[in-house]
Design a protein around this ligand. Structure first.
Ligand SMILES: C[S@@+](CC[C@H](N)C(=O)[O-])C[C@H]1O[C@@H](n2cnc3c(N)ncnc32)[C@H](O)[C@@H]1O
Length: 286
């Protein structure tokens, strides 16, 4: 039984991290003339309200998207991310926040296609309400790991898959590398983005080792650490493992993340770092 609901966490530092990376990737795909596909294995509801009782209860967005104070008319990535949210708010209300399907939808052109899977009954119903009007969006109430495992014939050869589980089920840490191994054999040049939380007990470490051994030098890790806080029981940082990124993307993300880390936390607070994979050679840890 799934209990996680992203409405409590929308717009937090993890969303800023993964959505900024997604925006940078999809901007690149949309600039090129060929069509692309976007797969979101754990889609959520797609649209959130930062004034909802759920968002108010945790207040997590206050340290994330709501903490970013960016000057106007700036062309850098944090400003483009805020512009995207501003455009979205004109349509959905002043406190709306775009989930990953909405971010991807922003960049879709005629011919591009989006595939969303979501298992939670309420989240799936709301996702359908939000996107069923669009013919280019395929929504399924299906296990996202199963969808990835069967991703043999992607709709387009170019595209991105976001793997963004809640990790409320401990097996998610094993399901991610297992399903990704199959997805990569079906779509070897697909760009895959895996998100995970950094918790004080570092339970992500084994999964990250498996992902490095799976991707070799075609994968890199992007780590965003929050400033030190007295209460270190919750999420202290957030990670992304990015497979098959386009040339130059790693550098682009590093610059954007350094900028947004300062804007979000303040000068010298928090940190962003990148760790590169090594050529394949070590034994698989799956
Ligand atoms: C972190 S949230 C997704 C947020 C979304 N990707 C975004 O960035 O806006 C994770 C979602 O995965 C859903 N979920 C959990 N297990 C799942 C599974 N096995 N297959 C598909 N969806 C699942 C949860 O109901 C939740 O809505």
């Amino acid at each position: 039984m799934l209990s996680y609901q992203h409405a409590y966490h929308a717009g937090n530092i993890a969303d800023v991290h993964k959505h900024l990376a997604l925006m940078l990737l999809l901007e690149g795909f949309a600039e090129n003339s060929g069509a692309f596909s976007f797969y979101d294995s754990h889609a959520g509801r797609g649209i959130y309200d930062l004034s909802s009782p759920e968002a108010e209860k945790t207040g997590e967005h206050k340290m994330g998207v709501s903490a970013i104070d960016e000057p106007q008319n700036d062309k850098r990535a944090p400003a483009r991310y805020l512009d995207l949210i501003e455009t979205f708010r004109k349509e959905h209300g002043e406190h709306a926040y775009p989930g990953s399907p909405s971010i991807a939808h922003h960049f879709m052109r005629p011919g591009d296609k989006m595939f969303l899977t979501e298992l939670h009954p309420t989240e799936h119903r709301v996702l359908e309400e939000n996107f069923s009007a669009f013919k280019s969006v395929d929504i399924r109430k299906q296990d996202g790991f199963e969808m990835l495992s069967r991703l043999k014939y992607p709709h387009h050869l170019r595209g991105v898959a976001l793997i963004d589980p809640a990790y409320e089920v401990k097996t998610d840490y094993r399901s991610v590398p297992r399903s990704l191994m199959k997805a990569l054999s079906g779509w070897p040049n697909g760009v895959f983005v895996v998100w995970y939380p950094i918790l004080p007990d570092e339970r992500h470490k084994q999964m990250v080792r498996s992902l490095f051994s799976l991707g070799g030098n075609a994968v890199f890790e992007s780590l965003l650490m929050a400033p030190d806080v007295a209460d270190r029981r919750g999420m202290i940082g957030t990670g992304l493992m990015i497979f098959n990124a386009p040339q130059g993307f790693e550098e682009k993300l590093a610059v954007a993340m350094d900028e947004i880390t300062t804007l979000m936390f303040g000068e010298g607070l928090g940190s962003h770092s990148i760790k590169k994979g090594q050529p394949v050679g070590s034994a698989a840890l799956l």
